[in-house]
Design a protein around this ligand. Structure first.
Ligand SMILES: Cc1cc2nc3c(=O)[nH]c(=O)nc-3n(C[C@H](O)[C@H](O)[C@H](O)COP(=O)(O)OP(=O)(O)OC[C@H]3O[C@@H](n4cnc5c(N)ncnc54)[C@H](O)[C@@H]3O)c2cc1C
Length: 656
């Protein structure tokens, strides 16, 4: 082991583990029948036997809470873990804009097939067809489920559920609850979870962080956790493990994600043998409040829903510093409407973000530092009246004013792209099972449905689809197939992992260096934004690949973690997470370097059309890149899952 490595094991996985050959296990047959047929073909667990099985759920955001509640409702025992003090504080609560579903309530031409097609196309033809079709199919059940739970979706005057539009779609299929959709959906899932906690079917472990996965006889059988209040390291055993730990955008330090979001659960599982898919696919969201200085520790999203009524523009002339109301319409460049007339301000996120970067690079950006564009609701206020606009977006306007001190009813919002969502994650098959048998992955933590770019309002849909409607079937099928050995937490595999975790904690406490964890994290984030951010190129990625191991080496020698390990210690928590970000960052850059095409959120500067649009290379890159951990300091092996399109034709994405 070199000094640049974490003291966690460098052993990849037990030798008895048999490597998967990346069989996606997508059922054969017509796309619209696959899920139905698969549900019929899967084995069932007899109702009386369900209580004999225990499932571990790492994460109780939308995906995890939905899965935990549903599994418990079916009769399984669930042990659920989250690092917050309550599942209600999962990052899902931050989701503002809405959730997609192919209900076609607006009668505007929507259908399951159209949502499927939009998602495949939005993902730049880099997602697995069968999964995406299933997602579109069950989207309609999600709305029914949530309405039955009492989720207060916005309604029209007549009482019907209301919809609005999100990027990459020409229909209105986004259900919403003001600008608080994630919060309301999470409260729905949380109440279902609470009911099961009350019934004793779910044992909830808040303030408990999973720090490693335990594998016995080649199957995921448990986790090792640290109690974040007492520091106690403990083992938990089960018959299957689900990771629903959210996304890893915070590898960039500044992102729209909650500060706690991290990669630890999936990264440690990766180190135990779970393949990591498409790590470089990062979504940059076009409508965030611009960075205002070095003091910031996070960025704020202004929901994409504002693009329904807002118009994005910059001055036509570079260096025009007049205040917005002094710039007449004829001297404004509504660049999204100009470049993409059919989708206009609702062009997908990757395309809108790059366009904003482009006009700022031309010196036409607005606000301090010129890294901003206007999102102007002035016309909408004139057309609809301030009251209607307030009804639709009031809380977003208030939030913006509180942060910037500017009143967006009077001056346009200033926005700039920021890191927002990670399409990459642990590789899963159609059953949402990783390459480790018995380890399932749900929500943003898996790579499954969004290809190289996620469409707005589709993450909540995916998390809830995975949790309410997919895992309860597929985990049952796995358990019904049997073959699990009897074991408990005295098994040597648990003891080994416990002692490794204790070793890592001790190491952090003993380094006693000079730089804070945040200081290292900030440097890593800046480097990732510069070289593996909105645009990437060969030279930048190679530079990052040289610098990251140096930074990691310095981290392990010079990080300072004050306080005690037997107490609440946020520096210690962050140190473990940043150690994992350091390794993940390197894999992201390697993935980005090897993919010499541009696709979706991955824009390789060397691969663009003369108009500056992303240029895909289907001949060489129509695959999922799944990376296999090879031991510390050894780099990862690349496995490819070919993407075969039977129901849609590969086409150049155009939103013109
Ligand atoms: C500002 C913002 C607005 C958004 N708006 C929308 C929107 O309008 N529509 C939409 O579709 N999507 C939106 N998204 C994306 C969406 O919110 C997320 O993708 C989604 O909520 C992720 O849900 P999840 O259940 O996968 O993870 P999360 O909600 O992040 O939950 C993760 C859970 O895992 C737990 N956890 C993590 N690691 C560990 C560990 N090691 N040990 C124990 N527990 C752990 C956490 O405690 C938490 O319970 C938005 C994202 C942001 C940042």
């Amino acid at each position: 082991m070199t000094t640049t490595d974490s003291p966690l094991t460098s052993v990849r996985r037990p030798t008895e583990y048999v490597a998967s050959t990346l069989n996606a296990k997508a059922p054969v047959g017509p796309i619209e029948k696959k899920w139905e047929k698969h549900k019929f073909d899967m084995k069932l667990v007899n109702p009386a036997n369900k209580r004999k099985y225990t499932v571990i759920m790492v994460g109780t955001g939308l995906a995890g809470a939905a899965a935990a509640a549903t599994m418990a409702e079916l009769g399984y025992n669930v042990q659920a873990f989250c690092y917050q003090d309550s599942p209600r504080r999962a990052h899902s609560i931050a989701a503002q804009g809405g959730i997609n579903a192919a209900k076609n309530y607006q009668n505007d031409g929507d259908s399951v097939y159209r949502l499927f097609y939009d998602t495949i196309k939005g993902g730049d033809f880099r997602a697995r067809e069968a999964n995406v079709y299933r997602l579109a199919e069950v989207s309609v059940n999600i709305i029914d489920q949530c309405v039955a739970q009492g989720v207060p979706f916005a309604r029209e005057y007549a009482g019907y559920l209301d919809n609005r539009s999100f990027g990459g779609a020409q229909v209105s299929r986004t259900f919403y609850a003001r600008g608080q959709t994630g919060q309301q959906l999470l409260l729905g899932a949380y109440q279902a979870l609470s009911r099961q906690i009350g019934l004793g079917k779910v044992q909830m472990f808040p303030r408990t962080e999973m720090l490693d996965l335990v594998i016995i006889d080649g199957r995921a059988r448990g986790i090792v956790t640290r109690n974040m209040v007492t520091g106690k390291i403990e083992s938990h055993i089960a018959d299957a493990v689900v990771i629903a730990s959210g996304g890893y955008s915070n590898v960039f330090y500044l992102s729209t994600n909650a500060k706690g979001c991290n990669t630890t659960a999936i990264w440690r599982a990766h180190r135990r043998g779970a393949f990591f898919a498409n790590p470089c696919y990062t979504q940059i969201h076009p409508t965030c409040i611009p960075v205002s200085g070095d003091h910031q520790s996070k960025l704020t999203l202004m929901s994409e829903s504002l693009r329904n009524d807002g118009r994005v523009w910059v001055p036509k002339k570079a260096g025009d510093s007049r205040p917005p109301h002094q710039i007449p319409d004829s001297e404004r460049d509504y660049f999204l409407e100009r470049k993409y007339p059919s989708y206009g301000n609702l062009a997908p996120r990757d395309i809108s973000s790059r366009s904003a970067k482009q006009v700022c690079d031309e010196g036409r950006g607005v606000g301090p530092g010129g890294l901003g564009v206007y999102l102007d609701l002035g016309d909408a206020i004139k057309r609809l009246g301030a009251d209607t606009v307030k009804e639709r977006y009031g809380n977003l306007f208030d939030m913006y004013e509180r942060i910037t001190g500017e009143n967006p009813y009077e001056v346009p919002f200033r926005i700039y792209p920021a890191v927002h969502y990670t399409m990459g994650g642990l590789w899963v098959d159609y059953n949402l099972m990783s390459t480790i048998p018995g380890l399932f992955v749900a929500g943003e933590a898996n790579f499954s449905d969004h290809g190289a770019n996620r469409l707005g309002a589709s993450a909540l849909m995916q998390g809830l689809a995975d949790g309410y409607f997919v895992l309860p079937y597929t985990i049952g099928d796995y358990l019904a197939r049997g073959g699990l050995a009897k074991a408990d937490t005295t098994h040597p595999a648990f003891k080994e992992v416990e002692s490794e975790i204790a070793g890592q904690v001790n190491k952090f406490m003993s380094i006693n260096g000079k730089r804070t964890v945040d200081d290292f994290h900030r440097e890593l984030g800046k480097l990732m934004w510069a070289d593996c951010g909105m645009a990437r190129n060969d030279a930048g990625l190679r530079k990052a690949l040289q610098r990251i191991p140096e930074l990691r080496a310095e981290f392990w020698e010079n990080v300072r973690v004050p306080g005690s390990a037997d107490d609440l210690n946020q520096s210690l928590e962050k140190a473990g997470r940043v150690a994992d970000f350091m390794e993940l960052a390197e894999l992201m850059c390697r993935d980005a370097l090897h993919r010499t095409e541009s696709c979706g959120g991955h824009f390789r500067e060397e691969s663009q059309t003369p108009e500056g649009e992303a240029l895909r290379d289907d001949e060489n890159f129509a695959y999922v890149a799944a990376w296999e951990w090879n031991g510390a300091g050894q780099g990862q092996n690349l496995h490819r899952e070919a993407l075969n399109y039977e129901s849609v034709q590969l086409a150049t994405r155009s939103y013109k």
